[in-house]
Design a protein around this ligand. Structure first.
Ligand code: SF4
Length: 486
C-alpha cells in the first residue's frame, strides 16, 4: 500500500490519539505489544453480527453481485478532500432495498459498537465506509447500522449519514493527513488512561517516564494536567519542587476541590521523584489491626465481564495463621503452594441463588477469617449479592465486618513511588511476578468468553491461575504492610 493512502484503521487510531496514528504509519512495528482489547472488541462484534445475520456472510464483490444478505471482505477505495487516497474495509455490509450497480438491491455498512454510546469514532468510520460504498455500488448510502450486544439483547442503532457528518469526516481526514506528514510523532495523549488499550503503550510509557510526564504522577489525569500546565508546571520534577501552599492557591481558581488536592499531588510527586515510600503523617498503625487475632485470612478476588455485568468467578485463597507465640511470626513470609485455592465459577444459567449458597458454605467453613480484597469491587459485589438473595441485616453486617479492603488501608497509611495504586503497579513494585507473563484482566476476560463459546480446560486453568495470582499479589501487599508495622 502506498504511504499516502489513508485507511479506516488510521482514522480510528487518529480519533483515539494522534500519536497512535503516526506510530501506526511510521513506528517500529516490532515495538508493538499485543493487546487483548482488540480481540475482545472483535469477538463481541462477531457475536452481534451472528445475531443480526445467522447465516454465514458472503465474501467480496461476487457476494454483492449474488445479493448475499451479508457481505464481508469488500475492500473499498476512493478519493477524499484534496485528492487524498482513501481505503476502507467495512466490518460487514447488510443488504437493503436497491437499486445499485449489483441489481435491485444495495448495501449499508454495519459495525459492532463497543461501550454504551455511539462515539465520534463510530460515526466517522461509518461515514467513511458509507461514502466509499456509495461510490462502489453507484447508489446512495443514506444510513448505517451500529450494533451492540447479542442474542435477545441485540441493540440496533441507525445512523443517518448526512451532510454534517460528511463535513466532519472531510475535516478529520485533512487534519489526519497533516499529522501523518509530521517529521516527529505528536505528543502523548493528554488522558493516558486510554493507553492501557493501545499497542504502543510500551514505548509511550518509556517516553512518559523519560520526560517525567505529569501523567506519571498518580492522581493526575488529563484535566489536572492541563491545569498544572496552565500554571507553568510541566513535569513531575517541577511538581515535586513546587510549594504546596502556593499551588493550592493557584488551583483554587478551578474549584475548591483542586485546592484541597494540591498538597497531596506535590507529596505524591516528591515520593515518586525520591523513589522512596513514605508513611502518611498520623497514619494508623498497624494498618491491618484485624489480623492481630485472626485465625487465618481469606484472600478474595472477583473476575468480571463488565459489558455483561457478570461476576463470573469468585476466587479465594485460604491463608492460615502460623502456630507461633511471637506475633511477628504469625503470618507466612512467602506465598505457600500448600495454600488452598478455591474458585467458585458463577455460571449465569445456574442462577444466583446457587452461587450465594456456595459462597455462604465456603465462608462458613472459615468463621472469623477476614476477607482480604484489593479495591472496592469485591465488597460491593458480595454485599449486593447478599441483599438480592434476601440475607438478613445481621448477616450482611457480619459480612461487611469481615471484608477488608487492602487498597484502602494502603492508601490511608502510605505514599508509594508508583504511578498508579492499582494492584499490578503496587505488587509489581514490591517485586511480585505473575506466573503468566503479560496477562491482564482483559486477557482473562477474553479467555472467559472463548471458554463460554468453545470450552477447553486449558483456558479455564489459565483463568484460575490468573485469579489465584491476583490473590497472591494481594498477599504481597498485605505482607509488606505487616512488615512496615513490625
Ligand atoms: S500509548 Fe497512549 S500516547 Fe501512546 S500512542 Fe497509544 S494512546 Fe497514544
Amino acid at each position: 500500500m502506498p504511504e499516502q493512502v489513508i485507511t479506516d484503521r488510521l482514522l480510528r487510531s487518529w480519533l483515539r490519539c494522534k500519536r497512535r496514528a503516526w506510530l501506526d504509519r511510521h513506528g517500529d512495528q516490532a515495538q508493538r505489544l499485543w493487546t487483548s482489547h482488540r480481540a475482545l472488541a472483535l469477538s463481541a462484534q462477531l457475536a452481534s453480527f451472528q445475531t443480526l445475520l445467522p447465516q454465514k456472510p458472503g465474501r467480496g464483490e461476487a457476494a454483492c453481485a449474488a445479493a448475499a444478505p451479508g457481505v464481508v471482505g469488500l475492500r473499498l477505495h476512493g478519493l477524499g478532500p484534496g485528492g487524498l487516497a482513501l481505503q476502507a474495509h467495512p466490518a460487514l455490509l447488510e443488504r437493503v432495498a436497491g437499486p445499485s450497480v449489483w441489481g435491485e438491491h444495495a448495501y449499508q455498512p454495519v459495525l459492532g459498537r463497543q461501550g454504551r454510546h455511539l462515539t465520534r469514532e463510530h460515526r466517522l468510520v461509518l461515514m467513511l465506509w458509507g461514502r466509499l460504498l456509495a461510490e462502489r455500488q453507484r447508489a446512495p448510502v443514506p444510513q448505517a447500522l451500529a450494533l451492540a450486544g447479542a442474542g435477545r439483547g441485540l441493540e440496533r442503532q441507525r445512523l443517518p449519514l448526512g451532510g454534517g457528518l460528511q463535513r466532519q469526516l472531510d475535516e478529520a481526514l485533512e487534519r489526519l493527513a497533516v499529522d501523518l506528514d509530521r517529521p516527529e510523532p505528536p505528543p502523548l495523549v493528554a488522558d493516558r488512561k486510554k493507553c492501557v488499550l493501545c499497542s504502543w503503550r510500551g514505548i509511550c510509557d518509556q517516553e512518559a517516564s523519560r520526560q517525567g510526564h505529569l501523567s506519571e504522577v498518580s492522581g493526575i489525569g488529563g484535566r489536572r494536567r492541563e491545569m498544572l500546565l496552565e500554571h507553568g508546571i510541566t513535569s513531575l520534577a517541577e511538581l515535586a519542587a513546587s510549594d504546596p501552599a502556593a499551588l493550592a492557591e493557584a488551583l483554587a481558581v478551578h474549584g475548591e476541590q483542586h485546592r484541597e488536592v494540591a498538597a497531596e499531588l506535590v507529596a505524591q510527586a516528591r515520593v515518586q521523584a525520591s523513589a522512596r515510600p513514605e508513611r502518611r503523617h498520623g497514619a494508623p498503625s498497624p494498618a491491618l489491626p484485624e489480623l492481630a487475632s485472626a485465625p487465618g485470612v481469606l484472600l478474595y478476588d472477583i473476575e468480571s465481564d463488565p459489558d455483561a455485568r457478570d461476576d463470573f468467578l469468585h476466587g479465594f485463597v485460604a491463608v492460615p495463621r502460623l502456630a507461633s507465640a511471637d506475633p511477628s511470626l504469625a503470618w507466612p513470609r512467602q506465598a505457600d503452594p500448600g495454600w488452598r485455592y478455591q474458585p467458585l465459577l458463577a455460571l449465569q444459567e445456574h442462577g444466583e441463588a446457587r452461587l450465594w449458597l456456595r459462597l455462604r458454605r465456603l465462608l462458613a467453613r472459615y468463621p472469623a477469617w477476614p476477607l482480604l480484597h484489593y479495591g472496592e469491587t469485591e465488597a460491593i459485589a458480595l454485599l449486593r449479592l447478599a441483599r438480592r438473595q434476601g440475607a438478613q441485616e445481621g448477616e450482611i453486617a457480619a459480612l461487611r465486618g469481615r471484608l477488608l479492603d487492602v487498597h484502602a488501608r494502603l492508601r490511608r497509611s502510605w505514599r508509594l513511588p508508583v504511578s498508579s495504586y492499582g494492584l499490578k503497579a503496587v505488587a509489581g513494585w514490591l517485586g511480585f511476578r505473575w506466573s503468566q507473563a503479560g496477562v491482564d484482566g482483559a486477557r482473562c476476560l477474553l479467555w472467559w468468553r472463548q471458554w463460554r463459546r468453545d470450552g477447553g480446560t486449558a483456558r479455564l486453568r489459565r483463568i484460575f491461575t490468573y485469579n489465584r495470582d491476583d490473590n497472591l499479589a494481594t498477599w504481597a501487599v498485605v505482607r509488606w504492610l505487616l512488615d512496615q508495622d513490625a
